[in-house]
Design a protein around this ligand. Structure first.
Ligand code: PRX
Length: 651
């Protein structure tokens, strides 16, 4: 793999700046001290963090109960996430935070709201009472399908206050995807909005909810935030406006004392089958993980303004827009719209306007901005920035250097953070004051995380060799299961090696032991940092009457990391061509959401298969990325000749 070769030649090293180090939250002296921290006893390390960083109503009796692959952390402990994220910032020595900005929100049209901790407390209590009023009880699931508005944060915290698990469905998903997720989680209430703003216009959300709910008999109530005021249709008795319910709600609501292992949320993510997995996270361990990592890695201080650009509909938004920052009493920025509206400098204008100090985004966004030109960041004062982060996909050294030079003005440490929906929080990352960085490497596991690289037989590979990324010991933020499917949980993550978590990524370690993440090794694609399963797109395609068979692969893309290419065999009656191309792309967007729309569809009279009937995916990947060519991509390709040449190789 030439890309691995070239990455491993990367020799630039950026040492922590002494001045940064002096003021840092975690400022141990040497990188070796970080390597040792928590290594001997991860349990002891995490217990210390749980005690120091969280407020517990009742202390735990046992740190870890590990019956592989099922873990329980802080057994017997009781706490409440909304209490930790809000109430405790209004009391005792923290009481001064009452009037501190908890959430700085900016809408795409330029409207804004600053919500203080005291105000957040009032709103969360009120909405918790609204939920109770509507019949939501501890243990129930609530589905949140919303744009990036403050009410989403309030609704999440309100769920945690009463012990209802939220299941957030990204607003870009289609009504079909929403329906399936509501039903799988058996949610009884949906919180949504009439719509949100994107690319300069209001986009409606409520119609998708109405469509989905036609197939969701379990949903009793819908709460609708008024955002774009397009006069969404409301179903009598089922649908209620947020502001009307909130007008009469009491601002007093005691936080429920919840078991450490009480379900906190379900978040659906793509796997290797057509059916998304509901990843389950629980209360005490998850909050310990995100609170601790947030404080150490982002070096948060009370004076800081922190902005993570992720949508709350993804795990990054859960852990590092909401829970990690608020549990630390930080000021977190939420932005509703696209990065390039009204102009390509919107993000930089936001950094200047709010004085953002810590900025966390995805490599795809960085690559997009490189292409848009340096003049846009250069036209704004970005001197408030003091730390930068990336997440979601491997960052190429070129993008890393641009981020360092043009955005960070060569003075901000960059933390490249590797983790997943399943891991809950950051797993491999530099500690900014302690670990020297190298462009393209996520460097070292966070203390208390035992990551390694295995070969197919479960042996650790030598430094310098590649293999599969694994985690050998349980960690507090780990997923507790796949909602309703313990068997799939076991097989997907723990089937290959005994008691060892298989991440699904390929990785290398260099001589220093630094990790270099090479991307997915399964049939999951990473499109702009978002996971889409090839099977999901395939099943969407074959659900169309004109498609006989479909195979989907990823091809490298300069901006989005990976682009979706679909090879489609039309049915006898359908005609390959532009018309069908358009129809099928729209069909996938309708079935899953716009992020899953193939960049390219190639029609073929038959998919190349081995003698044993397996689709030759490697060949398709080579064709898609232009390494192998049929010379014909306009109408029906004949892949049979290439298939014959390759057959013995792929069988
Ligand atoms: O392939 C890895 C990639 O994103 C996957 C996880 O996707 P998701 O669950 O959607 O969570 C994304 C945000 C945490 C991983 O299996 N990935 C994530 N962070 C990095 C990364 N690849 C390389 N470097 C990273 N820093």
């Amino acid at each position: 793999m030439p890309d691995i070769e070239s990455l491993l030649k990367e020799k630039r090293v950026f040492k922590p700046d002494p001045e940064f180090k002096r003021q840092a939250n975690w400022n141990k002296k040497t990188v070796d001290e970080y390597r040792k921290l928590g290594a001997r006893s991860p349990e002891r390390f995490w217990a210390k963090m749980a005690k120091k960083n969280l407020s517990w109503f009742t202390p735990w009796k046992k740190v870890l109960d590990w019956k592989p692959p099922f873990a329980k952390w802080f057994v017997g402990g009781k706490l409440n996430v909304s209490y930790n994220c809000v109430d405790r910032h209004l009391e005792g020595k923290n009481a001064w935070r009452r009037n501190k900005a908890a959430i700085v929100w900016e809408g795409e049209p330029g409207d804004s709201r600053v919500i203080t901790y005291a105000e957040l407390h009032r709103e969360v209590c009120k909405f918790a009472n609204v939920l109770k009023e509507l019949g939501v009880k501890k243990g129930d699931r609530v589905c949140l399908y919303m744009p990036m508005v403050p009410e989403l944060a309030i609704a999440m915290l309100a769920c945690t206050r009463i012990g209802a698990a939220h299941s957030i469905v990204f607003g870009g998903f289609s009504s079909d995807a929403l329906r399936d997720r509501i039903n799988d989680a058996e949610a009884k209430l949906v919180v949504t909005a009439d719509g949100g703003y994107r690319k300069g216009a209001g986009f409606p959300l409520k119609p998708a909810v109405d469509e989905a709910l036609a197939g969701c008999p379990g949903v009793e109530k819908v709460v609708v935030v008024e955002r774009i005021r397009d006069g969404a249709s409301m179903v009598e008795g089922r649908d209620h406006y947020w502001h009307e319910l909130m007008a009469d709600a009491s601002p007093k609501c005691k936080p429920a004392k919840l078991d450490s292992e009480h379900p906190l949320f379900i978040l659906y993510t793509s796997g290797t089958t057509g059916k998304p997995k509901g990843i389950l996270h629980t209360t005490g361990g998850y909050l310990t993980h995100v609170t601790t990592t947030f404080k150490a890695i982002f070096d948060i201080k009370d004076e800081d303004v922190y902005w993570c650009t992720a949508d709350i509909g993804w795990i990054t938004g859960h852990s590092y827009v909401i829970y990690g920052p608020l549990a630390n009493g930080a000021t977190t920025v939420m932005y509703e719209g696209v990065p390039t509206h009204p102009g390509p400098d919107r993000w930089w204008a936001l950094i200047e306007k709010w004085g953002v100090n810590i900025f966390y985004t995805a490599p795809t966004a960085i690559r997009t901005f490189i292409r848009l030109g340096d003049e846009h960041p250069k036209s704004h004062d970005l001197s408030s920035l003091r730390l930068l982060g990336t997440v979601g996909e491997p960052i190429n050294p070129e993008a890393w250097m641009w981020y360092h030079r043009v955005i960070g003005k060569k003075k901000c440490p960059i933390v490249d953070t590797w983790w997943q929906t399943e891991t809950g929080g950051i797993m491999i990352t530099p500690i900014p004051a302690g670990v020297p960085t190298t462009p393209g490497s996520a460097t070292l596991p966070f203390p208390g995380i035992d990551a390694a690289i295995y070969d197919d037989d479960g042996n650790e590979v030598r430094h310098g060799d590649g293999g599969l990324l694994v985690v050998r010991k349980p960690w507090p933020g780990m997923l507790r299961g796949i909602w309703g499917d313990p068997q799939r949980y076991k097989e997907t993550y723990w089937g290959s090696y005994d008691e060892t978590y298989l991440a699904g990524d390929g990785a290398h370690r260099d001589k220093k032991g630094y990790f270099w993440i090479m991307g997915r090794v399964d049939d999951v694609m990473n499109i702009s940092g978002h996971r889409i399963g090839t099977m999901e797109v395939e099943s969407a395609l074959v659900s169309h009457g004109d498609v006989a068979e479909a195979a989907v692969v990823g091809r490298p893309d300069e901006i989005t990391g990976t682009a979706i290419v679909a090879f489609v065999t039309p049915t006898g009656t359908a005609e390959a061509g532009e018309e069908l191309d358009k129809t099928l792309k729209a069909h996938v967007a309708k079935q899953i959401g716009a992020i899953a729309r193939p960049a390219e569809i190639r029609f073929t009279d038959a998919l190349p298969k081995t003698r044993s009937g397996k689709i030759m995916r490697r060949l398709l990947r080579d064709i898609a990325s232009g390494k192998e060519s049929t010379g014909d991509t306009t109408t029906l390709e004949d892949l049979s000749v290439l298939a014959k040449l390759r057959e013995s190789e792929e069988d």
